[in-house]
Design a protein around this ligand. Structure first.
Ligand code: PLP
Length: 330
């Protein structure tokens, strides 16, 4: 139907990722049946949701003859960590342009967690000066690489564009297959939404298969309108790439209000959610995305937004290496 196989793809992820019931959490919350899709277990240098996007992005980069992969993000970006790993795996060079995008973090935020792993993976790191324009710096570093004879390939923040979103269209096909093979009816799917590519791919995968599953993104940027615009734009581009009609507005649902302190700034509800899921399920959420998304899910359950006989799948998008940069918050 969507013929994903016509797009070049580098095999990087351990797939399918497990789909598991969260029995203890379900009993504790006394709401709907909660399952987890373990996309934190995609396998590439601590895994996470970006690995699925990178399969299509690096597939395209290889098809174009790229020699150096460029990407960008904050100092604790999970996306750039997985990008550095994907490049290393495929024998490509990697350069990262990073900015300090979270106020009030302690000193070790700049050396531990994801950025430590970026260095282990041999990525070349450029950290922007305060006030420096990240896209201008990116353009300059890409020009410098071209001058050295490299063929650069640029991946936007979060790997969020039409090509990256294909990774989550494909994830939905995988998930619906898992549900079908065990006779499980999924009513709702919940995931953290930031740069929007994951939610865009989810919306397309759930809609184009007429799955009847309602996808819900949880805004972790504290900027609902912007996240919604990004999701919509990426989904429209991805539908065009797939040659299918654009989705109706109703296919995009974004829950806001769970990141009110801003991107990457801890909330008491996030700390609570990360602790709860660690203690009850021995699953490690992260402080920036999946912890806030789980806090959102917990509060939606408390508000009675789901029936007891419904099934909700929480997509764990990864990010646990970021915990080490947030020890102070716990
Ligand atoms: C990037 C990221 C997300 C959000 O995905 P987007 O496609 O950027 O919206 C969610 N969780 C984790 C752990 C991430 O690193």
């Amino acid at each position: 139907m969507m013929q994903l196989s016509r797009f070049p793809r580098a095999r990087l992820a351990h797939l399918p990722t497990p789909l598991e019931p969260l029995q203890a959490l379900t009993a504790h919350l006394q709401g709907p049946q909660v399952y987890i899709k373990r996309d934190d277990c995609t396998g590439l240098a601590f895994g996470g949701n970006k690995t699925r996007k990178l399969e299509y992005l690096l597939g395209e980069a290889q098809a174009l003859g790229a020699t150096t992969i460029f990407s960008e993000g904050g100092l604790q970006s999970n996306h750039v960590r997985q990008t550095a790993a994907a490049a290393a795996r495929l024998g490509l060079k990697c350069e990262l342009v990073l900015s300090r995008n979270v106020p009030g973090r302690p000193q070790d935020y700049e050396v531990t967690g994801n950025i430590f792993i970026d260095r282990l993976l041999n990525a070349r790191i450029h950290v922007c000066e305060p006030g420096e324009d990240r896209s201008a710096r990116m353009a300059a570093e890409m020009d410098a690489a071209r001058d050295r004879g490299e063929v650069p390939y640029h991946i936007p923040t979060g790997g969020s564009n039409a090509t990256g979103a294909l990774g989550y269209v494909s994830c939905m096909l995988e998930l619906l297959d898992q549900a079908r093979s065990r006779d499980l009816t999924i009513d709702h799917l919940v995931l953290a939404s930031g740069s929007g590519g994951t939610q865009a791919g989810m919306a397309i995968g759930l809609s184009a298969t007429q799955s009847g599953v309602r996808g819900i993104g949880i805004d972790i940027d504290n900027d609902g309108p912007q996240v919604m615009r990004d999701v919509r734009r990426i989904a429209d581009d991805c539908c065009a790439k797939l040659g299918i009609p654009a989705l109706p507005d109703g296919d995009f649902v974004l829950e806001t209000g769970h990141a009110r302190t801003g991107y990457g700034v801890p909330t008491p509800e996030m700390v609570e959610a990360v602790r709860l899921v660690a203690r009850l399920e021995a699953i490690l959420l992260d402080p920036v995305y999946s912890g806030k998304a789980m806090a959102g899910l917990i509060s939606m359950i408390a508000e009675g937004r789901f029936r007891r006989d419904e099934t909700v799948v929480f997509v764990h998008t990864g990010g646990a290496p970021g915990l080490f940069a947030y020890i102070d918050a716990f």
